[in-house]
Design a protein around this ligand. Structure first.
Ligand code: NAD
Length: 273
């Protein structure tokens, strides 16, 4: 099973399917990420606020997998915005991860009340130039917050944003496409809180002898999204990785597209500070 690699707008490459560790207990992270690496995942998505960068780092160190075969993302938390503060925060993340660089560093949320995401973003190319991160991007910057980032002339490689069949970021997609910014779909399975099995996705999955989760993952892959579904359970990790032996037809893709209803399952970026 080979995970496709996508090329970002900065010329760097990223494994399209990875493993996310939101809400993975720091005490259990080393074991869970070790499982994920054994299953075959080579792209790990963490964040300073998850409190589990150390566990991710330990699993990586123990795995013996060459650093250049891994893709590691972490994110700047909301209370560390600003040019100087973000540099300190990145240093702390690298220390916890036990790495000299990450592959992707993201501003986690726009935090409109702080009004300093532009200053923060303008510091990010410096981290790339210093080799502390290979690529830079943003997270949760929808059509309301992306324009001020684009006005800097520094174009993010990705925007990591809530995206699943009932909430596809319809307002933000055109802006991302125009600027060749890849969507990283967080909550790709609706965080397990949407009954997707009872929708057309259940029928499509059955037709391919796959689970509803595998059908959604396949939909994301064929849409060109990068994603890293999360599971603490090794069977599900394997299931979520076993998605390269079937393909959805155009009409199956269209019927999943039609599930869009504006139904977020998590926070509105305008309200996170
Ligand atoms: P997700 O959509 O990946 O859902 C995870 C949940 O779905 C699991 O806890 C489990 O309950 C269920 N699940 C997983 N595999 C399943 C399967 N095969 N069958 C049935 N149920 C299954 O949600 P997520 O973890 O929030 O998102 C994925 C990753 O995205 C995170 O781990 C994190 O890395 C990232 N993320 C980023 C942000 C951000 O603000 N940038 C926010 C949330 C998540």
């Amino acid at each position: 099973m080979t995970v496709p690699t996508l090329t970002l707008n900065d010329g760097k490459t990223i494994p399209q399917l990875g493993f996310g560790v939101f809400k993975v207990d720091p005490e259990e992270t080393e074991r869970i990420v070790t499982d994920a690496l054994e299953v075959g995942y080579r792209h790990i998505d963490t964040a300073a606020v998850y409190g589990n960068e150390e566990g991710v780092g330990k699993a990586i160190a123990k795995s013996g997998i060459a650093r250049d075969e891994l893709f590691v993302t972490t994110k700047l938390w909301n209370d560390r915005h600003g040019a100087e503060e973000s540099k300190r925060a990145l240093g702390e993340s690298l220390e916890k991860l036990g790495l000299d660089h990450v592959d992707l560093y993201l501003i986690h949320w726009p935090t409109p009340a702080n009004d300093n995401s532009v200053e923060t973003w303008e510091a990010f190319p410096g981290y790339r130039d210093q080799g502390l991160t290979t690529s830079i991007g943003v997270s949760n910057f929808d059509h309301r917050f992306l324009p001020e980032i684009l006005d800097t002339g520094i174009i993010p490689a990705v925007d990591q944003i809530e995206c699943h069949p009932q909430f596809q970021q319809v307002d933000t997609r055109p802006l991302l496409a125009e600027n060749d910014i890849r969507i990283e779909a967080w909550g790709p399975l609706g965080q397990g809180n949407v009954d997707y099995a009872s929708t057309v996705i259940g029928e499509i999955a059955a037709a391919h002898e796959k689970s509803w989760a595998q059908a959604i993952i396949r939909w994301h892959l064929q849409k060109g999204h990068i994603l890293f579904p999360k599971s603490n359970n090794r069977d599900r990790m394997e299931q979520n990785f076993d998605v390269f032996d079937f393909e959805l037809s155009d009409s199956e893709m269209a019927s999943i597209d039609a599930l869009e209803n504006g139904g977020r399952v998590s926070a509105d970026p305008a309200e996170v500070n």
